[in-house]
Design a protein around this ligand. Structure first.
Ligand SMILES: NC(=O)c1ccc[n+]([C@@H]2O[C@H](COP(=O)([O-])OP(=O)(O)OC[C@H]3O[C@@H](n4cnc5c(N)ncnc54)[C@H](O)[C@@H]3O)[C@@H](O)[C@H]2O)c1
Length: 362
């Protein structure tokens, strides 16, 4: 039996990947601070849950581990800008350290789920492949690129390192994210008939379904090292690369009500078209498209199975955790009777994630 250490297992991708790994017969050590809740992974006799900060990884976490899928991260651009230092600690330093510790502990594989956002901006007409120069424009993208550069040289004949540059993910997860393009557009369109679109709509963005992203990670656990070791693979499909404006129209057409576009933000300077020939040459294919993601999210919204709350918007949730952990640590304001209930609720939430001094700092 293969044991996989999945960091960030309680996240949007991790909460989908973990049950898929268990279904496929793997044993999973799920390590996370569980910032988004501890109840997202169903108990299983091959699932071991470790509540730990990835900046505190120790040799014991790698004992008996055959492979690592290293998902723990501050996972988007705005959160990366707000928590820059933590983003470099978690997304760059901890991942490189995890790869090194995995190798020292005798694990055979390390999969780094990076991001196509490291292509940043590419001129119109350019379709970036894994050999194209990176152009990271944000702290989040820079940390990803540095993590790649730190992890890849650790590859050797007995330790297989694979980098996956994932397209922007969409679709349902137990840790739902409505701060991702397709998911956010679907929620706005379904709920209010107003679909939020980031200006100016001409920017290119590759997309991939969350189950396909997880399938690609599982694929790399078994792929022939001779074909994948020390290499980078974009994850997505040519049919799911969109300009944001037409993608909004596609989403609107899939939602069962009249929809208006609501433009927001300054013009997005990130724009990248991406090629997926390298991963497809291995026989891996994405199975879903954005329309499938919209349909499943609409069905879940219709059924009341999912809703947009602070917890589903990464930046908002991290901000709330930071704010409330300060209030809770200070003991709250006893004169503030109106907020007692809220304070009690946050005390519980903060207790769940606060093992050290802070939320994104340790
Ligand atoms: N979702 C996307 O569109 C997308 C696209 C490309 C790449 N990625 C990458 O995939 C990975 C997972 O993304 P996601 O969408 O699941 O994000 P997410 O925010 O839902 O999950 C990240 C998980 O990491 C955990 N975490 C954060 N800091 C931690 C720490 N210091 N110690 C332990 N756990 C910590 C969080 O609790 C959370 O469960 C990230 O590296 C992200 O950058 C995501």
């Amino acid at each position: 039996m293969t044991r996989v250490l999945v960091t960030g297992a309680g996240g949007y991708i991790g909460a989908v990947l973990t049950p898929m790994l268990l279904d496929a017969g793997y044993a999973v050590r799920a390590l996370d601070r569980f910032f988004f809740g501890r109840d997202l992974l169903a108990a299983h006799d091959r699932l071991e849950v470790v509540v730990e900060d990835c900046r505190k990884l120790a040799p014991a976490h790698f004992e008996g581990v055959d492979a690592v899928i290293d998902l723990a991260a501050i996972s988007n651009d705005p959160s990366g800008e707000l928590f820059q230092e933590a983003t470099f600690q978690i997304n760059r330093d901890s991942r490189v350290r995890a790869a090194r510790m995995a190798r020292e502990a005798g694990a055979r594989r390390y999969v780094l789920p990076s991001s196509c956002s490291i292509y940043g901006f590419q001129e119109d007409g350019v379709v970036a492949d894994e050999g194209s120069p990176a152009n990271p424009l944000t702290t989040y993208a820079r940390a990803n690129e540095m993590a790649e550069r730190g992890a890849l040289p650790l590859a050797d004949e007995s330790f297989c390192v694979v980098v996956l540059r994932q397209a922007t993910v969409y679709g349902l997860s137990p840790r739902m994210r409505f701060d991702l393009a397709v998911n956010g557009m679907t929620f706005g369109a379904w709920k209010t008939g107003r679909l939020p679109l980031m200006r100016d709509g001409s920017q290119w963005r590759p997309m991939v379904h969350v189950r396909d992203a997880a399938r690609a990670q599982m694929f790399m656990l078994e792929a022939d090292p001779a074909r994948v070791n020390g290499r980078v693979f974009n994850v997505g499909s040519a049919g799911d690369v969109h300009r944001i404006g037409p993608l909004g129209e596609l989403v609107a057409a899939c939602v069962p009500r009249d929809v208006e576009i609501e433009w927001y933000g300054d013009p997005d300077r990130r724009s990248y078209r991406v090629a997926f020939d390298r991963i497809e040459a291995l026989g891996w294919r994405a199975e879903k498209t954005a329309a499938d993601g919209v349909a499943e999210i609409c069905a879940a919204l219709e059924a009341g199975a999912v809703d947009k709350t602070a917890r589903t918007v990464t930046l908002e949730w991290y901000r709330e955790l930071e704010r409330w952990s300060r209030v809770v640590r200070a003991g709250g304001d006893p004169r503030d009777r109106a907020r007692r209930k809220e304070l009690a609720r946050w005390r519980r939430v903060v207790r769940e994630v606060e093992m050290y001094g802070g939320i994104v700092e340790i």
